[in-house]
Design a protein around this ligand. Structure first.
Ligand code: ADP
Length: 455
């Protein structure tokens, strides 16, 4: 696809005066891009081989705090370096920034040059390799919903983050007229992504005032996670350039719908056949697909911390707002945590609807894949389909209600410990617990408003 570069085409673009800057970045625990801006000449000279970053980048929170309690690094360990190794297959143009290219990096141990096991990209690579060793290519698409505001981020910093003005005044689900008004942002986003070699399918208005969705064509799971972080970056940067702001928070307002990142998944054989499809079977679902889904359902509660990583994420799981509350499966049913789509066709897939737009796509895909592969390896049997309105299904498997509960389930997951390793599970359990500790400590606007006069 156009937009992708290699060292020769980057050199040619540099010599033609088209590109002068290369963003060298690795996804962090939150799925954000962290790194440095290289002059293209220096990148072409030596930067393409490796650079370095402080290893606290995989041990901080949203605020870049040096969080205590991690084994990977600490003040005692002196917060040394990781090596950032550009994955040149991700080198691409960034059409929405002048003269700029981007490359994503893997993080390696500064001394041994082994992949850092807790690095989100390494975690996903390992699960993809597991699937490939079984003979399957894991394919996925991560839909992204987000809210657009007329305020700039700077304006919100000055006036307070509650002074939000959503870009539209009404639920704009599939609305062409309202989304026409949002085209300065969305057209630039679609075309910018296309020009960066990200195969954008479409964007649409979503089911809340000011809410948009963007869809990227499904691809190999690692590439899909790369597309996801690039898409978020593009959305923020293009919005910023237009004096707007966007949020990927799972629930920015309890009175409004939340933002999801549904993960569509399928396995393909090495020779490119849809391994989930079997003619004549119920909905066309092959035994392989049934086992994969059985694994995801059995372990759904343990992996939720990777689909909903913040305290706020759990406020999205409420009745009647299209976010699921039950980890059960159903055919084309938007009230279920797992929805089977593309019945009887090559597009047959399972859509996990649990994840919020705040998920880290590497971790979410890795956890989902690990659960699905466990189902295949153990030949698990798929439970019966549930039908109707799942919100009211009293005895159906509940999605954890809080991050506190999800962190306990993550910590106790033998499946995740076997698949990802103890260090990874302990690290991300600590990350979840830190979010809970901070939330327990901080006094919020809501408490002040209720208590100041009346308590
Ligand atoms: P819906 O509107 O029902 O959510 P879409 O047609 O918009 O479905 O597709 C959602 C996503 O599913 C798209 O990003 C698409 O690329 C992806 N998708 C389609 N087929 C597959 C498949 N076989 N495996 C994984 N993802 C797929």
């Amino acid at each position: 696809m156009s937009g992708l570069l290699n060292l020769e085409t980057l050199r040619a673009a540099f010599e033609a005066g088209e590109i002068d800057t290369v963003l060298v970045a690795a996804p962090d625990m939150q799925g954000r891009l962290m790194g440095k801006r290289f002059h293209a000449a220096h990148f072409l000279d030596s930067g393409w081989k490796e650079t370095h970053c402080c290893n606290y980048l995989l041990a901080t929170d949203m605020e870049m705090i040096t969080v205590p309690g991690y084994k990977s690094t600490s003040w005692e360990a002196g917060y040394g370096d990781y090596t950032m190794v550009p994955d040149l297959s991700t080198l691409r143009r960034v059409p929405w920034l002048p003269g700029t290219a981007l490359v994503l990096c893997d993080l390696q141990d500064h001394h041994t040059h082994a992949d850092v096991p807790i690095s989100p990209r390494a975690i996903l690579k390992r699960q993809v390799a597991r699937a490939r060793a079984l003979g399957y290519a894991p394919m996925a698409a991560t839909e992204l919903e987000f809210f657009v505001f007329d305020n700039s981020y700077e304006d919100l910093r000055d006036r307070g983050v509650n002074d939000l003005r959503a870009i539209s005044g009404y639920n704009e689900d599939y609305h062409i007229f309202q989304t026409t008004k949002e085209e300065p942002l969305m057209r630039a986003l679609r075309n910018g992504l296309y020009g960066a070699g990200v195969p954008v399918e479409n964007s649409k208005g979503e089911a809340e005032a000011g809410q948009e969705e963007i869809n990227i064509r499904y691809s190999d799971m690692l590439e899909t996670a790369d597309f996801h972080v690039i898409t978020k970056q593009a959305t923020k940067e293009i919005a910023h350039a237009l004096g707007k702001s966007v949020t990927f928070m799972a629930k920015y307002d309890h009175a409004r719908a939340g933002s999801s990142s549904h993960v569509h998944q399928s396995l393909w054989t090495a020779d490119g056949k849809a391994a989930f499809l079997e003619e004549g079977a119920e909905y066309g679902m092959s035994p392989l697909m049934r086992q994969f889904m059985a694994g995801q359902l059995a372990h759904a509660r343990e992996i939720t911390a990777f689909l909903a990583p913040y305290v706020n994420s759990y406020k999205r799981f409420c009745v009647g707002m299209f976010a699921p509350t039950k980890a059960v499966w159903s055919l084309d049913n938007r009230t279920a945590g797992f929805r089977v789509c593309g019945e009887g066709t090559k597009a047959l897939r399972v859509e996990c609807r649990i994840g919020g737009a705040d998920l880290n796509p590497y971790l979410a895909c890795a956890a989902l894949l690990a659960a699905g592969l466990a189902g295949i390896e153990q030949g698990m049997e798929l439970e019966p389909e549930m039908r109707g309105d799942m919100y009211g299904a009293a005895d159906a498997r509940e999605i954890p209600k809080t991050l506190r509960e999800a962190a306990d389930l993550l910590e106790g997951s033998a499946m995740l410990r076997a698949a990802l390793g103890d260090d990874v599970v302990d690290h991300y359990t600590r990350a979840a617990r830190w979010e809970v500790e901070e939330h327990d400590r901080v006094v919020t606007d809501w408490e002040r408003m209720r208590g100041l006069e009346r308590a």
